[in-house]
Design a protein around this ligand. Structure first.
Ligand code: UTP
Length: 472
């Protein structure tokens, strides 16, 4: 006995009939689940993606002659520039006090490189407290809300896989004191075999799906859910401007008033924070102009000679590396979610699957292609934008890997170094190693102080830090 003829015909037309190869062994309930999963797939779109990314071998590199540097608001150097940034910060503070700003945190990734069981946001990253990424982000929002006298709503994007685990974790911790929190799941895409383009099965009755990339946030914010979509809710709350960041960077300055003010002054629809790329091969998206339009080129898509081009013997010509911190106008997100589908990218990854003989396979090397949208592809569609340089040491050290660069060890050190700097600015004595790093874990809860200026008012000058310390 086989599945419904209409489904069989559809699968046959797209060369995916193996998806029901275990049909005869399935109970009625499992069959219904499998059919629902198959019906959720847009096979026409999938055929196009397979033709482009699995069968096709198109050159993904952008032509060098089309690429030029983009204008960036650089770090202030003169008194005049510093005064101008202070004015931007006041404007941003007014936006926060008026309740116009919402925060969107994307936390739907699979975190395969970190290899941690559970949502990445639950990873204990505090260098002394072992506070989770979610706790650190939430405490910043609670502290900011208190400072500006208005609750700041937080919207967390999860994936279908980690949605419930994320909600359970946040509930167990009383939502870390957040007044307005909503979790919403992103969409997913089928995972295909990297050689044949066949959709993988994760078990006899389940198709293998993966989250559709952080760019999926645009559609997910607009998706109907419960009484209203997140965007509808934001409109009702009077939230017009969204601060976007990614779960893995505990150093992010959430809803940074200066950044908000610069965005507003430029009447921008989308803004980016960038840092100076340190090396041609550094894994940051590069913000540039392509054929005149502002764009981001993924590090892997930038031709090596272009990535390495320097101004004279000094800085890289295309120096602006995106740290995945953005501001988006709600109206822009609405427009993008309505008519402006983002393109898909290919991610070649290891995915466990059930093979044709019914055996579970855990491949040692990348065997599959996942299709993902990236939020930064919205930039060329923005009518106005702003690109703002920031100081890397102050706000960017993402947790990506279990060991080596961008791992718990580097994040702990970078966080402790920053808190050590704040303490020194407040007149404390902080022991340092010969390489300049602080000698042991130092941590300051955002609820104790959100920045160096706030800390200064709270500690006695002359304090000598002698052992790991967590100020809370
Ligand atoms: P990464 O690109 O680092 O991916 O995501 P990842 O899934 O977390 O980790 P790997 O590549 O499997 O090791 C950057 C940010 O975008 C979010 C992640 O949660 C992280 O905050 N993201 C990524 C999503 O929300 N959804 C996605 O589909 C992909």
């Amino acid at each position: 006995m086989s599945a419904d003829p209409a489904i069989m015909e559809r699968l046959h037309r797209h060369g995916q009939e193996h998806l029901v190869q275990y049909w005869a062994e399935l109970e009625a309930e499992a069959r219904a689940v499998l059919v629902a999963e198959i019906e959720s797939i847009d096979f026409e779109q999938l055929d196009r993606l397979i033709a482009q990314f699995v069968r096709g071998d198109e050159d993904i590199h952008v032509a060098a002659s089309d690429v030029e540097p983009i204008e960036v608001t650089r770090m202030p150097e003169t008194d005049g520039q510093r005064a101008s940034r202070r004015r931007s910060a006041s404007l941003g503070a007014e936006m926060l006090a008026a309740g116009e700003v919402g925060v969107v945190l994307v936390a739907g990734g699979s975190g395969t490189r970190l290899g941690f069981e559970g949502p990445k946001g639950t990873f204990p990253i505090g260098p002394v407290s072992s506070a989770s990424l979610f706790q650190i982000h939430a405490e910043k929002i609670v502290a900011l809300s208190r400072r500006h006298g208005r609750p700041i709503p937080l919207y967390i994007m999860t994936s279908p896989e980690n949605h419930q685990a994320t909600i359970d974790f946040l509930d167990r911790h009383d939502r870390f004191g957040l007044e307005h929190l909503r979790c919403f799941p992103q969409g997913r895409m089928p995972v295909v075999d990297r050689v044949t383009g066949k959709v993988l099965l994760s078990s006899r009755d389940h198709v293998s799906f993966a989250p559709d990339g952080h760019g999926g946030v645009l559609a997910a914010l607009a998706a109907p859910a419960g009484d209203q979509s997140c965007l509808d809710e934001m409109r009702d709350l009077g939230v017009n401007t969204l601060f976007y960041f990614q779960v893995d960077n505990p150093m992010v300055r959430i809803a940074d008033p200066t950044f908000l003010g610069l965005h507003r002054e430029a009447a921008a629809e989308m803004s980016f924070k960038v840092v100076e790329r340190q090396a041609p091969e550094e894994k940051l998206g590069v913000v540039v102009r392509v054929k005149g339009r502002p764009s981001v080129i993924e590090y892997s898509d930038l031709a090596p000679e272009l990535a390495a081009r320097r101004i004279g013997s000094g800085t890289l010509e295309l120096w602006a590396g995106s740290i995945a911190v953005h501001i988006l106008e709600r109206s822009f997100v609405e427009r993008m979610a309505g008519d402006g589908r983002l393109p898909y990218h290919r991610a070649i990854k290891k995915t466990p699957f059930l093979d044709d003989s019914g055996r579970e396979n855990r491949p040692d090397s990348p065997n599959s292609v996942k299709f993902e949208q990236f939020i930064f592809d919205a930039l060329p569609r923005a009518e106005r934008w702003s690109i703002v340089e920031t100081d890397r040491a102050g706000e960017f050290e993402p947790l990506k890997n279990a060991v080596g660069p961008e791992s718990p060890a580097t994040v702990h050190q970078r966080m402790s170094d920053q808190f050590g700097d704040w303490l020194e600015q407040a007149g404390a004595v902080v022991p340092r190693r010969p390489d300049g790093g602080v000698a042991f874990g130092i941590e300051i809860s955002p609820l104790f102080a959100l920045d160096a200026a706030e800390l200064r008012a709270k500690i006695e000058p002359g304090l000598v830090v002698e052992r790991p310390i967590y100020l809370r």
